[in-house]
Design a protein. Structure first.
Length: 432
């Protein structure tokens, strides 16, 4: 039976050609983890209804998810260095599938804690995928076109995000909404049946996702990959002293902080968009409110292409500063003007969030040697724990005030990003 490790090409020249089948299989991973990430935004609304949770309790969906990223990112990097990119991808897919399949018993038992554990397992798998897939794509063809291949792969991530929202909107949301008064007026049998239906709505979608992801793992396992990936892993340097240098560099620490707050802002806005719309646009069902989330993801994708085009004429750090300033204004408007106009401000906010993650990431590893870039990349992936911490904070603010007031949390996050961009770019340019 074929090993999970990378196989040699038939000839040395073959390693210089684009490996199209492996490339298609790996590019699809960006779609798959985009869908998983944004299905969480649907789950927050669904679990709040099915388990009668507070906003803080529902926000634990993202806390459990991003805790998995934080705890597993570094082990995933070490596993990849030891066993190769392909093996890391396969293990990541197996963990992803296992977490999705756990949704079936979690729904059968109506156990919110088991749902949170399943999400942790899914996120652990995605940590392996994100750590390995980005560099893996650059090795599946000629080195000179590696950047173009990676840009193509990243374009599938927001498409997966949109697919995740549509899956949740049409196959998880039932469209049945009950007020607390209506639930209290139900008989015990009716109440049990209602909660049972809402909880079990997630079973079949996640079962299908688990089977598809597992099938993809098998396809990748038995696909021949070029030797270049294995050689690149074997040649990886030891990294002695690199961590000390990175953590002693204020510029890198600034990038880590900016990324922490950016992910918190992005996840927080998207996680509570449905809640914001329902709370401030009376009579809107969760299924209808999900249209705003879909619009946010379309704006995000459009912003990614627009931002890339603008960077031909505007320095990325300047664009980051301007976009952060605009998003401070948009989120503060959503705080002060709850309602349809505030909801549309949150939709537009996604357009200006689009360039932030890759720009901060690039500034963090800019000018570093290969070993520093690899370890620095792992540390920057770990900062997405901000999605867990700040989403829970938004839920707590909402419980004590309102969901509109909770949007002040991402406004503060964008202020941190603006400060990072100003300190990283403007003074340096002025001082020449």
């Amino acid at each position: 039976m074929q090993s999970i490790t990378e196989e040699p090409s038939a000839t040395g020249a073959g390693e210089r050609r684009t490996a199209w089948l492996p490339l298609v299989l790996v590019v699809s991973l960006f779609f798959l983890w985009g869908a998983a990430n944004n299905l969480n935004d649907v789950l927050i609304a669904q679990f709040k209804k099915a388990f009668v949770l507070s906003d803080f309790g529902a926000g634990l969906v993202q806390s459990a998810f991003y805790l998995g990223y934080f705890l597993v990112a570094m082990p995933a990097g070490m596993y990849m260095r030891r066993f190769g990119y392909k093996s890391a991808v396969v293990l990541g897919l197996v963990l992803y599938a296992a977490g999705a399949l756990l949704f079936w018993p979690a729904a059968s038992l109506a156990a919110y804690g088991l749902f949170l554990f399943a999400l942790f397992v899914i996120a652990s798998g995605l940590a392996f995928l994100e750590t390995s897939a980005n560099p893996f794509v650059t090795l599946l063809g000629p080195p000179e076109s590696g950047t173009r291949r990676l840009n193509l792969a990243q374009a599938f991530n927001p498409l997966g995000s949109i697919a995740g929202i549509l899956i949740g909107q049409h196959f998880i949301f039932t469209g049945i909404e009950r007020t607390p008064g209506q639930i209290a007026a139900m008989s015990a049998v009716e109440r049990t049946a209602y909660f049972h239906g809402e909880t079990h709505a997630v079973q079949w979608p996640y079962l299908v996702i688990g089977v598809v992801v597992l099938a993809w793992a098998v396809l990748i396992m038995f696909t021949r990959f070029p030797r270049a990936a294995a050689a690149e892993t074997a040649a990886a340097p030891s990294g002695d002293g690199v961590l000390r240098r990175l953590l002693g560099d204020p510029r890198f620490i600034g990038a880590m902080l900016a990324q922490f707050f950016y992910v918190g802002a992005q996840v927080g806005v998207w996680s509570y968009t449905i809640r914001y719309v329902q709370a401030n646009m009376g009579g809107t069902t969760a299924k209808e409110a999900a249209n705003f989330l879909t619009a946010e993801l379309l704006c995000f994708m459009l912003g990614r292409f627009t931002g890339a085009a603008l960077m031909k004429y505007v320095a990325p750090v300047r664009l980051l500063l301007v976009f952060a300033a605009i998003n401070i204004a948009l989120t503060l408007y959503a705080v002060m003007s709850p309602g349809s106009s505030g909801a549309y401000a949150l939709v537009v906010c996604s357009f200006f969030m689009s360039v932030m993650y890759p720009t901060i990431f690039a500034l963090g590893v800019e000018g570093r040697n290969d070993d520093e870039r690899k370890l620095g990349a792992a540390l920057l992936v770990m900062t997405i724990i901000g999605g867990a911490v700040l989403t829970a904070l938004m839920g707590a603010v909402s419980d004590h005030s309102s969901i509109a007031t909770a949007m002040s949390v991402p406004a503060c996050c964008f202020a941190v990003i603006l400060l990072f961009a100003w300190r990283r770019g403007i003074p340096r340019e002025v001082n020449g």
